[in-house]
Design a protein. Structure first.
Length: 203
């Protein structure tokens, strides 16, 4: 083989290698949604289009995620994606029929994973609630004729990080004293969701 032909072939090979080495720039400005869903065979739709659990590249902005499976309650939520960032979401669908219960019974590994996710979400929600409502670090508190505690929000029942302040008192005077105690700790009662209840209501 002559020298010229060898040089031409070598140049072609080098050119092909150089092309192969060029990085793909598709979706370079996209972010990623890392989604874990239980049941793991749930139907996943993002912005009404077909998708699947795992990592999905998405354009920056808000995206609607819909999850469904026979025997389980569906869930919908909106996720905000930022360029170059990964958003992780763990979602456990709730069984609402015998079909769902049977699936859980026949998938113990998935059931264990669901319990782990639920425990982590509960812990994270508690941490968020404590960070957003420093007053709960002082509760429960029992005064002369009132009791202060915290519990589930009635205004936001589906938000595990939302809490309400529960004031238990048998008289309006006791309720007033409870509010004054809140003020004495440097807080404004109207900044909180306050639920009043009498001693007969489970004080």
């Amino acid at each position: 083989m002559n020298t010229r032909l060898i040089l031409i072939i070598s140049a072609v090979i080098i050119g092909l290698l150089a092309i192969a080495a060029i990085p793909t720039v598709i979706n370079l400005n996209h972010g990623t949604l890392s989604l874990t869903v239980i049941p793991n065979d749930s139907v996943v739709k993002i912005d009404n289009g077909g998708a699947q659990a795992g990592n999905t590249g998405l354009a920056p902005g808000n995206h609607t995620v819909s999850l469904s499976r026979d025997g389980f309650s569906s869930q919908n939520f909106t996720v905000t994606i930022k360029s170059g960032q990964t958003v992780s979401k763990d979602v456990v669908l709730t069984s609402n029929s015998a079909v769902g219960n049977d699936w859980i019974g026949s998938h113990p590994d998935q059931a264990a994973l669901a319990e782990g996710i639920a425990g982590k979400q509960s812990k994270d929600a508690g941490a968020i609630a404590a960070a957003n409502n420093k007053i709960i670090e002082l509760l429960p508190y029992v005064g002369a004729d009132f009791k202060l505690d915290y519990g589930a929000s009635r205004l936001h029942p589906n938000d595990p990080a939302a809490v309400a302040i529960y004031i238990t008192a048998s008289t309006t005077a006791g309720q007033t004293k409870a509010n004054r105690w809140i003020e004495s700790q440097g807080y404004t009662p109207t900044d909180f969701e306050i639920i009043y209840q009498g001693l007969s209501d489970g004080g």
